[in-house]
Unconditional design. Structure first.
Length: 304
């Protein structure tokens, strides 16, 4: 388990708790639906942070008797669940904001609203930036999803700040629900992307094309020692990758040499893509060759 993942997931819970309470209090006090919407958004982020914290603790466990491939998919499930939660938050914001378009009632005490939105943007910017950094280093989908939650909070808080500023300058309260609806649209787009990413790994979608190219390049670096490879399969579970392939070798290549070549290919891939588990399956060449330049032969023997 990565201590840094758990530590920063815990910090995300603390920061979201503080911001949720602040926004809800100020939203109720000022009557601003956009600030209240942001409070709800932060509340969803808080729940997502708790899910992230639990998932990185469980997902970091090693493989055991009942989970031979580890617990990494817990992080993928957490990311998908977080996306669904945020989507629900966006729907509630729309439900609250639409009636405000017709009532014409605007927020009061704008100074408090401006202050809490500015504070929220700053806090979430610095926490999300650190979470992105840790997520990249540890390849954690749950932390990456949590970082996106906070980064969307930065953008939406800035949007609400802009809307409140417009109300202060123009005296037109209609900007409050309009900005709230814009916040909801942004939240739902982020929720869709996060949910899609989590679901893709839950159903074992293949690795991205750039990672597949790195795998192929690692294999082909040893191309002088085998005939060809096929049946390359790759998937991801949490921060861990599982890769397997077949390598065609000369029929008369000694078992020890074949095993050594497989070890070299596996080590090369694992070096290129950390947290990878590679399984190679050697296959004998089907051709009958009188002279195979890839393997030592006893006198009078062929590859057959």
């Amino acid at each position: 388990m990565s201590d840094s993942k758990v530590r920063w997931a815990r910090l995300s819970i603390v920061s979201n708790s503080l911001l949720t309470v602040l926004k809800i209090i100020v939203g109720i006090a000022t009557g601003s639906v956009s600030i209240a919407a942001e409070g709800l958004h932060s509340g969803m982020d808080l729940l997502a942070s708790i899910i992230t914290y639990i998932s990185v603790r469980i997902g970091g466990r090693k493989a055991d008797r009942t989970h031979h491939f580890g617990h990494g998919k817990v992080e993928n499930f957490a990311g998908m669940l977080e996306g669904i939660l945020i989507f629900g938050g966006g729907a509630i914001i729309i439900w609250e904001a639409v009636p405000k378009l017709y009532t014409g009632k605007g927020p009061e005490a704008l100074g408090w609203g401006l202050g809490v939105m500015a504070f929220s943007s700053l806090v979430n910017f610095f926490v999300s930036r650190k979470l992105f950094s840790i997520a990249k280093k540890t390849d954690s989908p749950a932390l990456a999803a949590d970082a996106w939650h906070l980064r969307t909070d930065v953008y939406t808080s800035a949007g609400v700040l802009f809307g409140l500023g417009l109300i202060k300058v123009t005296g037109m309260p209609i900007f409050d629900p309009i900005v709230a609806l814009a916040v909801a649209a942004f939240i739902m787009k982020a929720a869709y992307d996060i949910t899609k990413e989590g679901f893709a790994h839950m159903v074992d979608v293949t690795l991205p094309e750039d990672e597949l190219e790195k795998i192929k390049a690692s294999i082909e670096r040893h191309g002088d020692n085998f005939l060809e490879f096929h049946e390359l399969r790759a998937r991801k579970s949490g921060s861990e990758r599982f890769i397997d392939l077949h390598i065609v070798m000369p029929r008369n290549l000694p078992l020890a040499k074949a095993h050594e070549l497989c070890d070299l290919v596996e080590a090369d891939i694992e070096r290129e893509l950390p947290n990878s588990h590679v399984l190679t399956h050697p296959e004998p060449c089907e051709n009958t060759c009188k002279d195979c330049g890839l393997a030592p032969k006893e006198e009078g023997r062929t590859c057959a």
